[in-house]
Design a protein around this ligand. Structure first.
Ligand code: NAD
Length: 488
């Protein structure tokens, strides 16, 4: 059975054994051990000690950066194996997992470069008698809790800045994707990260995750996952008066205006919803199309969707792989059945795929539903699957009201040739990221996060390291005269 990584030691956890399952055929990739609450206690105590040791927190930025550069190099060197492992863990096609691995490497490298150029601020002089400066210090032990859909990318997005800032991290990966998180631990170890600063503790969120976030020595919760879990963690953090970073769910609108380049838009909309089989927080799941181009656009959209290659994720030509597991497939299907019950028409898909080798896995046909309005449950709730709901619109003011009529505010897409209009719309949408004439593209230098119930805080970008630090202001007296206040 695969060991977990507890404070520099590879050993069996004291929690129940768990399995990683390949969603393409239900076969077992590996058995791994999970942590018990005693393991959590031990890992956090070790992390606390490692964080207090000045050899990491007081090391020069260039020294911490060196470890991260090495991590980036090792991720790239092992890219093929890491991508293959992630595909086995969550069923994403190889082309996508390869992209996620390369994004993890560039996150580590970018964070190292930011760390080297991060300066202490000398604040403006307010007096000739004293000088002030403001320094940033690490928080201590950080809890990083991640979902299964893009594990290696979201994990490095937390580990790199948190460790760069001088903290120790306890990573609790999603149950389904623990193998890739353990492999990442091996690379950090090989890169020379001092013992104790990182532990990877697989296990159930309600047991292992909960024990980590409740621990008094944990000083920040950095979470990516569903909104209801995020809300629960925010309650815990509020009770304990510690900070959070919450990257949560979404129901992103994608908008095709009358003057859009329809070829560009069709491909972008399809990629935005059906890549990763729709299992993406930023999936463009609500499609608003101007009524003057609706029929033409929908015809092309349905035809291209039907031509998507759904298949085995290890086949290089596959565009759409299986869903993560049976339970999730049933939940996606239940949403589609509910849409029908609410009067929706299924333009394509709407069922499980069971032909040939697909019968062994959890495949769902890319699905497009029309005939509903934005109040339908499939427009308001996150399905996290390959289901697109199309809604025609006439008036742009009304479109904006509908697009913003969601508890979520993660992302949006706009397709138009009129950049002035695109800019106005982009500013008016209540979302954290807007793509114009493109969709689901990422840059590590560009901050990412949600509005409304899609999250709190931002990841990525030049300032990500500072989000894992606390600021301290220091006053230095320059006067050699005793304070006159005490002189009777
Ligand atoms: P989830 O919320 O069920 O689980 C996420 C992680 O939290 C897992 O590691 C889980 O074990 C842990 N967890 C669950 N309960 C916990 C608790 N009580 N205490 C501590 N930890 C706990 O989410 P999921 O199903 O793994 O992922 C899908 C969700 O993630 C979707 O809603 C998706 O939109 C969201 N997501 C958001 C982003 C983003 O950047 N905004 C990125 C990817 C996924």
């Amino acid at each position: 059975m695969k060991a977990l990584f507890l404070a520099g030691q590879w050993r069996q956890g004291r929690g129940p054994a768990a399995r990683s399952i390949f969603p393409a055929d239900g076969s077992v990739n590996a058995e791994f051990s999970t942590a018990s609450t005693d393991d959590v206690e031990e890992a956090i105590q070790a992390a606390h000690q490692a964080w207090q040791d000045p050899s990491w927190r007081n090391s020069l930025p260039v020294e911490r950066a060196r470890v991260l550069y090495k991590v980036a190099e090792l991720i790239e060197k092992n890219a093929t194996e890491l991508a293959a492992l992630q595909t086995r863990d969550n069923g994403k096609p190889l082309a996508e997992t390869r992209g996620l691995v390369m994004s993890a490497a560039s996150t580590a490298r970018y964070t190292a470069a930011c760390l080297e150029t991060l300066d202490t601020e000398l604040t403006n002089a307010r007096s000739r008698e004293w000088l002030t400066m403001s320094v940033h210090e690490p928080l201590g032990v950080v809890a990083a809790i991640t979902p299964w859909n893009s594990p290696i990318a979201s994990e490095v997005q937390k580990l790199a800045p948190a460790l760069a800032a001088g903290n120790a991290v306890i990573l609790k990966p999603a149950e389904a994707t623990s193998l890739i998180a353990l492999e990442l631990a091996r690379l950090f170890e090989e890169a020379g990260l001092p013992r104790g600063l990182l532990s990877v503790l697989p296990g159930k969120g309600s047991v292992v995750g909960n024990a980590i976030v409740q621990h008094p020595l944990v000083k920040k919760i950095s979470f990516t996952g569903g909104t209801s879990t995020g809300r629960q963690l925010a309650h815990t953090a509020a009770e304990r008066l510690i900070g959070t970073s919450l990257e949560l769910g979404g129901k992103s609108p994608t908008i095709v205006l009358a003057d859009a380049d329809l070829d560009l838009a069709v491909n972008g909309v399809i990629y935005g919803i059906f890549s990763s089989s729709g299992q993406a927080c930023i999936a463009g799941a609500r499609l608003f199309v101007h009524s003057s181009v609706y029929d033409d656009f929908m015809q092309r959209l349905v035809a291209k969707t039907q031509a998507l290659r759904v298949g085995h994720p290890e086949d290089a030509s596959t565009q759409v792989g299986p869903l993560i597991d049976e339970k999730h497939l049933n939940s996606v299907d239940a949403y589609v059945r509910q849409a029908e019950a609410e009067g929706g028409q299924i333009l394509t898909g709407g069922h499980r795929l069971t032909e040939g080798e697909l019968a062994q896995g959890t495949y769902y046909a890319p699905t497009i539903i029309a005939g509903l309005n934005n109040h339908a449950s499939v427009c308001q709730e996150e399905i996290f699957g390959p289901v697109l709901v199309a809604l025609p619109f006439e008036d742009e003011h009304d479109l904006l009201l509908q697009a913003n009529d969601s508890v979520y505010g993660l992302a949006a897409g706009i397709w138009t040739e009129n950049y002035r209009k695109a800019w106005q719309l982009a500013r008016a949408l209540d979302v954290g990221t807007v793509w114009i004439n493109t969709y689901k593209k990422f840059s590590i230098s560009t901050p990412f996060g949600g509005f409304k119930e899609s999250g709190v805080g931002r990841e990525k970008g030049r300032l990500s390291i500072l989000s894992y630090m606390q600021q301290k202001s220091i006053y230095m007296g320059l006067s050699s005269q005793p304070d006159p206040w005490c002189e009777g």
